[in-house]
Design a protein around this ligand. Structure first.
Ligand code: SF4
Length: 288
């Protein structure tokens, strides 16, 4: 049987990541005499962050470390509203690299939560995007990471809810949650479909490939929420599934002798990393 690597077409940088990095590159070429910072890691990929660290880009997590005239980029995941207000008070040059899809989710929350009693956010507790989204709520908000946590919330049919998701959540699970809430609460809750198209397409393609292979490899930063989710959805359809950041983590023993291996990558994984891993897999499969 022919040995084959099924590579996802959607693997690699999404629109939001490309946009954020191109804003950073432009800032670097235009502001050579200024200190340039990103507020939090601009994206969740350690190899890309290391590249920019070597070029002198510093990551900060507090506005107090900034001085007048500094350039600061808002990360692709966005930042909380009050942090942005503090930045504006520092007289620094702010470049907003928030992904347009995250910005849209922030503004949808701001608008719709003003007409709701309670906002329900399906997202990860410590994720920077989620902290930003929460800051736009104009009503009480509950955050939950899974159905189990949702079921433990003190929800009431008397209260008017608005449901929203972190942009990189599992789409199928979000749809299930929406249906479940409508039935349990017996009300037409507001559902804001904030999961971005890049995430939806990547997950759909990953599932499709995972169904056809003996081993699925998901490449991307361990801190990257969308990569972790890809790994979770892939695992449902292909139990032999690996989440790796670099080529060095591939164990040839695990791949050798297989006929079909799937390869996908998170939205913040550079093409050169994917290419290196593809080549490495190819050579392992050829040798065995
Ligand atoms: S995964 Fe979606 S929301 Fe996140 S940066 Fe990319 S396009 Fe934006």
């Amino acid at each position: 049987m022919d040995k084959k690597i099924l590579l996802a077409e959607s693997a690699g940088f999404c629109m939001g990541v490309s946009l954020a990095l191109s804003k950073l590159d432009t800032a670097m070429s235009r502001s050579t005499q200024k200190r340039i910072f990103t507020y939090g890691p601009i994206i969740h990929n350690p190899q890309v962050l290391e590249y920019y660290r070597k070029k002198g880009i510093r990551i900060i997590d507090h506005w107090q470390n900034l001085e007048s005239g500094d350039v600061v980029l808002i990360r692709a995941h966005g930042i909380p509203l009050h942090t942005e207000e503090k930045l504006r008070e520092r007289n620094v040059d702010i470049l907003d690299a928030t992904c347009p899809k995250v910005k849209k989710a922030q503004l949808l929350i701001q608008k719709n939560s003003a007409h709701s009693d309670c906002l329900l956010i399906y997202g990860e507790l410590d994720h920077p995007e989620v902290k930003g989204l929460l800051s736009y709520a104009r009503c009480r908000a509950y955050l939950f990471e899974n159905k189990h946590e949702l079921k433990n919330l003190p929800l009431s049919p008397q209260i008017h809810y608005c449901l929203v998701a972190q942009t990189t959540q599992d789409r199928q699970e979000f749809l299930n949650i929406g249906q479940m809430l409508k039935q349990d609460l017996d009300q037409d809750i507001i559902i804001l479909d904030t999961i971005c198209d890049a995430t939806k397409n990547r997950q759909t393609e990953t599932i499709d490939i995972a169904k056809q292979v003996e081993c699925m490899i998901v490449v991307g930063g361990r801190e990257s929420g969308n990569t972790r989710r890809l790994y979770q959805v892939a695992q449902k359809y292909c139990p032999r599934c690996l989440h790796i950041e670099t080529r060095a983590e591939i164990d040839p023993e695990l791949i050798s002798g297989l006929s079909r291996v799937g390869l996908t990558a998170g939205a913040s994984t550079p093409d050169y990393t994917i290419h290196e891993i593809y080549k490495n897999l190819e050579s392992i499969l050829e040798r065995h």
